[in-house]
Design a protein around this ligand. Structure first.
Ligand code: FEC
Length: 309
């Protein structure tokens, strides 16, 4: 039996010329105002352009090679992005055209929300239905998978160790994921906040952390309330409560993209400097061996669970 794998990611403009179309797609077809566009251009410029597209491709190539190594000839891997080509629908079509017997979708973000992962799933399913296949199932979250937790344990441990001993003494680790509008997540039964907390608690237990918390980053530029605390406000509170240092672990993402390189490496670093508190960020998975092993393991666990069911 041949199995198609659809690895899904947010997508990114590959050049400055693509920023406007990308932002318009994120805004569901409404072009951004010139001010919003300029502000986004400046953020991309500040990080020297996002490498998300390149890293997503490296992640997919790594997973494809690992699946081939474990089960030669059985798997086909395609990418499907939310907001830039190849879109989710393009990836589904590629799997359809290659005639795979079944397909499994996995989003390269560990925590499930109806509004994030759920949207990828809905789009992939709709595309497959329209084409008449392949039949899809999904790995909906992998926020407690062993490879992921082991990586976070190592990288948060390394970030803590990078602080001077006095700063490390009472340092607080803040685990973050992308914020979402409150109306979509609060009192809707959405598991997103609980899953972030579960990841934080699992890593804290492995490292024996005394001070840790969760916060939300990268809230959108819209007037409605987004879930909080925002990481920058939370840093103020953590410093006021006597922490001697701060480590931010952006565990809601896998890649060093705009939301990590700007929102953490520029904004959180500036806030730490203003607060006069030592700061470190843990590393991202990117396309490293831990990401490839974790995703491959999650896919095989999903297949095994289907066979039992
Ligand atoms: O490096 C890059 O080029 C791409 C960085 C990038 C990632 C990312 C991940 C997530 N987002 C999520 C939710 C929202 C919601 C909105 C929203 C808006 C933006 C804008 C940019 C942007 N996001 Fe994003 N997101 C990235 C980039 N995001 C740019 C537009 C300007 C701005 O507001 O900053 C609001 C619009 C809407 O309603 O859709 C909501 C979530 C994730 C993590 C899960 C995932 O990766 O899919 C959730 C990476």
């Amino acid at each position: 039996m041949s199995t198609g794998i659809l690895l899904m990611a947010y997508g990114s403009p590959r050049t400055p010329d693509e920023i406007e179309a990308y932002y318009t797609h994120i805004r569901r077809g409404r072009p951004p105002t010139p001010e919003l566009l300029e502000e986004l251009r400046e953020r991309y410029e500040a990080i020297g352009g996002s490498k998300l597209d390149e890293i997503t491709r490296a992640q997919a190539a790594g997973v494809a090679a690992e699946l081939e190594r474990r089960h030669p000839g059985e798997f086909v891997v395609e990418i499907g992005n939310k907001h830039a080509p190849p879109f989710v629908e393009d990836g589904v079509r590629a799997l359809h055209d290659k005639g795979v017997d079944r397909a499994i979708g996995l989003v390269l973000a560990p925590h499930y929300s109806q509004y994030s992962v759920g949207q990828y799933v809905t789009r992939a399913q709709a595309a497959a239905e329209e084409l008449g296949g392949p039949p899809f199932s999904f790995v909906e979250s992998w926020h407690l998978d062993e490879g992921y937790l082991a990586f976070l344990e190592a990288t948060v441990g390394a970030a803590l160790s990078s602080l001077e001993p006095a700063a490390r003494e009472d340092a607080e680790v803040i685990f973050t994921a992308h914020s979402l509008p409150e109306r979509l997540v609060l009192n809707t039964g959405d598991p997103y906040p609980d899953q972030l907390r579960e990841t934080a608690e699992a890593v804290a237990a492995r490292l024996g952390l005394r001070r840790f918390s969760t916060a939300w980053q990268s809230a959108g530029r819209t007037p409605e309330p987004w879930i909080g605390p925002d990481v920058l406000d939370h840093m103020d509170a953590v410093a006021a409560a006597g922490a001697t240092g701060i480590v931010v672990c952006s565990c809601g993402f896998t890649v060093d993209h705009l939301e990590v390189l700007y929102d953490v490496d520029v904004e959180c670093v500036a806030r730490a400097r203003a607060l006069g508190i030592p700061f470190a960020r843990s590393a991202s998975l990117n396309a490293g061996p831990e990401l490839i092993a974790t995703v491959s393991d999650a896919l095989f666990a999903h297949i095994a669970a289907q066979q039992v069911a």
